[in-house]
Design a protein around this ligand. Structure first.
Ligand SMILES: CC(C)=CCC/C(C)=C(\C)COP(=O)(O)OP(=O)(O)O
Length: 409
């Protein structure tokens, strides 16, 4: 059922987007297991599957992880999957957002992670002169909200450091020209930065130059130290997949820079493909590592899981596009803007279409997840639940962070 444009909203599309994103009245539950109707009939324990063999050892002790989302608490009467709403192109109604709210909100923990992150940022030199701004964005709160499987502040801090390094590189190398971003230089800078994320061993004669670069370039030092911290909690495979996801992100940011540099505007399909890789997967890929378990590689890289996970990552970043409408210029690059430019949609229509595409992706994720739950190992089920929880935490953070809502208290 669609909702009429909220009468309290002024008609400003950015406000409309913010209202749709913050409206939790019909949000699905944050515990994915409660949403998957087929779980009531599922044999217990799950039958072994060729696709997802259950005898894979985990390289991290599951016992170390809090399992608030695990199957033991499965409800007797799971809610039926909500049907995907039909799209009505002639209507002005913006559909409700199909995305849960946060599974856990512990402001004190978020505050602690945030303060420790800001202290580290000061030490490495990122957001120099803007640490109060950085603090106000509440990236520590983002990580507390998106990783409900642990309340270990040091684990959360590891995730916070790398996510802030990602944001800093996006801000200072691509987005904020007044802070030194230069689209003509973006690819060259990300090329070198990738050699810090996935360390390059230089010939002895040149090594000191890279060492000096890392010491003097705050974003490189942020990645070097953030990755060292993260390595305390990742297996080799988890670190490898994170580095791979960072390579994907950096190439997408280079693509974005090429549009800015040449003035060429992407078509909707092209922007969509770009955002699929410039998505929230880099922070999301750490859900198991931060919670203290490991989804084995043969499950993580299974095309079905990869597809579902990528849909969730893309959906989450479309919420970012909607929230950013207020802070970004009209000539920025986002899905609503591509829709206005290519299809001549009004800003309101572009918000509506973006919400519809977001919902299609999230319904796609849940449908795939429901299928995989039947055959999956407990770790696969847990990973899907943690992915869903990440989306809920991210929704809450975007709806409340000063990064997107400067005027509000
Ligand atoms: C955390 C992070 C930076 C992940 C990779 C994806 C990415 C570069 C973003 C989500 C940033 O996108 P964008 O520049 O649109 O974000 P802001 O609106 O500037 O926060």
């Amino acid at each position: 059922m669609s909702r009429l444009l909220a009468p309290t909203v002024s008609g400003d599309p950015a406000e409309l987007a913010a209202a749709v994103l913050a409206d939790m009245r019909t949000a699905p539950v944050g515990e994915l297991s409660a949403l998957l109707a087929d779980r009531a009939d599922r044999p217990d324990p799950p039958a072994p599957s060729l696709l997802f063999p259950t005898d894979q050892p985990s390289t991290l002790g599951m016992a170390a992880a809090r399992l608030p989302l695990l199957l033991a608490d499965r409800p007797k009467e799971p809610a039926p999957l909500p049907p995907e709403p039909a799209v009505d192109d002639d209507s002005d109604e913006v559909p409700e957002l199909f995305c849960p709210g946060p599974v856990r909100d512990n402001p004190a923990l978020g505050e602690e992670v945030n303060e420790r992150m800001v202290q580290w940022a000061g030490e490495v030199g990122i957001y120099d002169g803007r640490l109060d701004h950085l603090r106000s964005c509440g990236f520590g709160r983002l990580i507390m909200l998106t990783h409900p499987g642990t309340d270990d502040a040091d684990r959360l801090l590891a995730a916070a450091k790398v996510v802030v390094a990602e944001w800093a590189s996006d801000d200072y190398y691509l987005d904020e020209e007044e802070m030194g971003a230069d689209p003509a230089m973006t690819a060259a800078r990300f090329g070198v930065l990738y050699g810090v994320v996935d360390p390059v061993t230089l010939p002895r004669r040149y090594r000191h130059e890279l060492d000096r670069f890392i010491k003097e370039e705050p974003i490189a030092l942020a990645f070097r130290t953030g990755m060292e911290h993260l390595a305390k909690y990742t297996t080799t495979a988890q670190m490898g997949r994170f580095q791979h996801q960072m390579a994907i992100l950096f190439q997408a940011l280079d693509q974005n820079a090429s549009w800015r540099h040449t003035g060429r505007r992407p078509a909707v399909w092209e922007y969509y493909m770009h955002r699929y890789h410039n998505s929230y997967l880099p922070p999301m890929i750490l859900v198991d590592a931060i919670a203290g378990y490991e989804l084995p590689a043969q499950e993580f890289y299974h095309p079905r899981l990869r597809r579902a996970f990528a849909m969730a990552g893309m959906a989450a970043v479309l919420l970012n596009d909607l929230h950013s409408m207020d802070k970004e210029a009209d000539d920025d690059i986002s899905l609503p803007i591509a829709l206005m430019e290519e299809e001549g949609l009004s800003r309101e229509q572009a918000v509506k279409r973006t919400v519809e595409i977001h919902n299609e992706l999230m319904h796609g994720f849940v449908t795939e997840a429901a299928g995989m739950y039947l055959e999956g190992t407990p770790m696969l089920q847990r990973f899907l639940a943690d992915t869903w929880a990440w989306c809920g935490g991210s929704r809450e953070w975007h709806a409340t962070s000063k990064r997107y809502h400067k005027q509000e208290s």
